[in-house]
Design a protein around this ligand. Structure first.
Ligand code: ARG
Length: 372
């Protein structure tokens, strides 16, 4: 099948599903399919209506097998930024996204969709993994900050950025227009909501100086709708506590907070059998839930999230859509067997629309041409 036949068949499949879900008539649906067919024949591609883009982005969330938060897929706020072509304009849009989604702590699930890929060219790309992320540095064999940011931080430094070498330096945004060098932009401090981690009972917890940011805004994934790729489409929900408390701050190759927590809690770290790791983990997670709540920032605990996922499964079944899921991602990293997810298999079939990993724009073997 050649490229445009493949695109047409993917478009038709999407339009049928989308228009059926939105309750539109057969007539409207087939008119639209004919229109898309003409557009593909003429230009080799087609462009989504605002309605298709909006519903497609929501379907992509609903189809994302790794996400436990999919019950809320219909609440996604979709910002159409397909008219943006310069890094400077994109920067403004990204700041708007951060501000709107943060909403002073009452987080709104939001996606901003930039221009689609055309004939293998990406009109604009962002290099960041998340819009808000802490830098990571290696100094004298020791890691400062977030180890997942080491490579990206180095790249930012090569582009002229200067970090403060603290554990919590907010990385700049790196935006690249097709054929241009990437540009660096700082995020104004007052736009980034951060939460200091304190514990409801152990006062000493605050001595650990742990903190995290409010809104996880994934910016390196490609949104695919009906055969059209959107390589820059940052999106966010809100955190589930364990993402921070059982991974980001806890993993021994991330912020490695557990030994320090055990110390302030005076646990016996000499023996595995004291379960100091488990005790520290639970207290850290209690502290995360407590601190976000106190700061008025939306965050869900893993038991509630699992219950919401169960409701999602029931909804989907009612609507005759088979539920797909990736078990290894859906089970929470804390007390997994205390959720229903642990006890059943999930079919990891990949449906479209969806969000996909993609090659970094800076990778040498990048198939996406960056210049004309
Ligand atoms: N796990 C990632 C992090 O800790 C965020 C992934 C998206 N999470 C979300 N709740 N939407 O930064």
């Amino acid at each position: 099948m050649d490229q445009s036949n493949k695109l047409l068949s993917e478009a038709i499949q999407f339009i049928k599903e989308c228009y059926d879900e939105l309750g539109l008539s057969e007539d409207i649906k087939f008119k639209r399919i004919t229109e898309i067919e003409d557009e593909i024949n003429l230009t080799g591609t087609y462009s989504h209506t605002h309605m298709e883009l909006t519903h497609g982005a929501k379907m992509a969330w609903r189809n994302n097998n790794r996400c436990i938060g999919r019950l809320l897929w219909e609440t996604l706020h979709v910002i159409d930024a397909r008219e943006i072509h310069t890094a400077d304009e994109a920067y403004e849009k990204l700041l708007d996204h951060i501000d709107f989604a943060t909403n002073d702590g009452n987080i709104k699930s939001t996606i901003t969709i930039f221009p689609a890929r055309i004939n293998e060219y990406d009109p604009i790309r962002i290099w960041n993994h998340q819009l808000i992320r802490y830098a990571g540095y290696e100094m004298d064999g020791k890691i400062i900050g977030d180890s997942t940011s080491l490579e990206f931080t180095k790249m930012c430094e090569e582009l002229g950025w200067k970090g403060n070498y603290t554990d919590y330096d907010i990385l700049p945004l790196v935006i690249q227009e097709v054929g241009e060098e990437p540009k660096l932009f700082d995020i104004p401090k007052d736009l980034v909501k951060e939460i200091n981690i304190t514990h409801p009972q152990f006062d000493h917890f605050k001595r650990l100086n742990l903190k995290w940011y409010a809104v996880p805004i994934i910016s390196d994934m490609r949104l695919e709708i009906g055969g059209i790729d959107y390589p820059m489409a940052p999106f966010n929900g809100w955190y589930m506590g364990t993402e921070i408390g059982a991974r980001n701050l806890a993993d021994s190759d991330r912020y490695n907070a557990l030994p320090k927590i055990a110390e302030v809690m005076e646990l016996n770290t000499k023996s595995n059998r004291s379960l100091w790791i488990d005790k520290s983990l639970v207290e850290l997670n209690i502290a995360i839930l407590h601190s976000y709540q106190k700061a008025g920032v939306t965050l869900v605990d893993h038991h509630t999230a699992a219950k919401q996922f169960k409701a999602f499964e029931e909804n989907e079944t009612k609507n005759l859509r088979p539920v797909t899921g990736n078990w290894t991602w859906l089970v929470p990293p804390l007390s997994p067997a205390a959720t229903h997810i642990y006890h059943k298999p999930y079919n990891n079939k990949i449906k479209s629309p969806n969000y996909f990993y993609q090659m970094n724009p800076n990778q040498k073997d990048n198939k996406i041409k960056q210049s004309k």
